[in-house]
Write a protein that binds this ligand. Structure first.
Ligand code: ZN
Length: 372
């Protein structure tokens, strides 16, 4: 069985306007381009094509998410607000979330694309899948668009898996450099979803993603944040996976793993200060593929989130999809040597201290699972 890919050219037509990075009009700065523009994603898809990996993947048809699907995560008020803005140009739908004409329908297709990817994996049409969707979703709160995200794509697919497809347990491993606050909020009191986010400490949203945020009520213990210090490299990421994320997954035993996949933890990213490399992402993917094989028949769905450095992101994405598919293209990442040479790529003591605290959360999860 092949690896599935969700992509649609229409995703690239979501127009975020000519901001200066994340900074909107109205500030005294020369307009440039919005950080979340199509280029990183289009180049990712183009490198899949140029490397000849694209034609070895199984295309999965995206379809719009329905109101019912959106409302499993979002309030009616939020859905209707975003719908009411569909013909506006350059409006901010919430906090740092610009929309253009057509963005509402594109956002529905983005959320529906991740649902389609999850269905294709669950139905055995593909062995695993990457949903290269846009706009991203992991910051969208139940009642608020945030951080370039209109609807919680990953969370919506998760609710679909639990409520419609009747999976007993799902797990999220969010490796975007920013906190997966929207996914966390969507399952805050839900023990049927383990939400894990590895991110840069206090990057975005502000004051979000602390170790102390563990879920509430029946969901207490089923949310794990690992806020790594700025400057964390491949060593810190691999140690976090080996000591926190993979053990947590092993205890929880999900029926499917969903990865909100941002490549903004990459070295050179304008919106993050971590030092991940293509080989680092390859290594994390290899760990997740083997964990998914051991726990849930290999069922693994990645959905695209951030990643804003257009030259380097495609090589991160190619490495990930090579690992998912088991196909090596022979393409050499021209940035790898530069990133490996940055220094401090190995685990540092102050990063180890954070991971040690997160290991306590794995023990807490173990006691919770035993009592469910
Ligand atoms: Zn991000």
């Amino acid at each position: 069985m092949a690896t599935g890919l969700v992509f649609h050219e229409i995703y690239m037509w979501h127009n975020t306007g000519n901001f200066a990075g994340p900074i909107p009009f109205g500030y005294p700065v020369q307009p440039y381009e919005h950080a979340e523009n199509p280029e990183t994603k289009r180049r990712f898809r183009n490198l899949l094509d140029a490397s000849r990996l694209l034609k070895q993947l199984t295309p999965i048809e995206a379809r719009p998410a329905t109101d019912t699907e959106i409302l499993r995560v979002h309030t009616r008020g939020h859905l209707e607000k975003i719908r009411s803005l569909k013909d506006q140009i350059g409006v901010d739908a919430g906090i740092f979330t610009p929309m253009g004409r057509g963005s509402f329908d594109i956002a529905l297709l983005s959320a529906g694309g991740v649902v389609a990817a999850a269905d294709a994996v669950l139905d055995g049409v593909v062995k695993n899948a990457y949903a290269l969707v846009r706009p991203p979703g992991h910051h969208a709160m139940p009642d608020l668009a945030m951080g370039f995200c209109l609807f919680g794509n990953a969370a919506i697919s998760g609710r679909h898996l639990l409520d419609v497809r009747k999976l007993e347990r799902i797990a999220f491993v969010d490796w975007d450099v920013h906190h997966g606050n929207g996914t966390q909020a969507a399952f805050w009191e839900e023990p049927r979803a383990l939400t894990i986010s590895i991110h840069q400490d206090n990057c975005f949203p502000p004051n979000s993603g602390h170790l102390s945020e563990n879920g509430m009520g029946k969901g207490e213990g089923f949310n794990i944040n690992i806020p790594l210090p700025p400057g964390s490299g491949v060593g810190a990421y691999e140690a976090t996976f080996d000591r926190v994320i993979l053990p947590a997954l092993g205890i929880y035993k999900p029926d499917m793993i969903i990865v909100p996949s941002g490549f903004d933890a990459g070295a050179h990213d304008p919106l993050g200060r971590q030092m991940m490399t293509s080989e680092g992402y390859r290594s994390l993917t290899r760990k997740l593929v083997s964990t998914a094989e051991a726990l849930c028949g290999g069922r693994l769905v990645l959905c695209h989130e951030g990643g804003y450095n257009a030259p380097t992101v495609p090589f991160f994405g190619l490495a990930v999809i090579e690992e998912l598919s088991g196909i090596r293209t022979g393409v050499v990442d021209p940035f790898l040597e530069l990133m490996n040479g940055l220094g401090y790529q190995a685990l540092q003591p102050h990063q180890d201290a954070v991971i040690r605290k997160a290991e306590e959360l794995v023990r807490k999860l173990e006691s919770k699972v035993r009592h469910v």
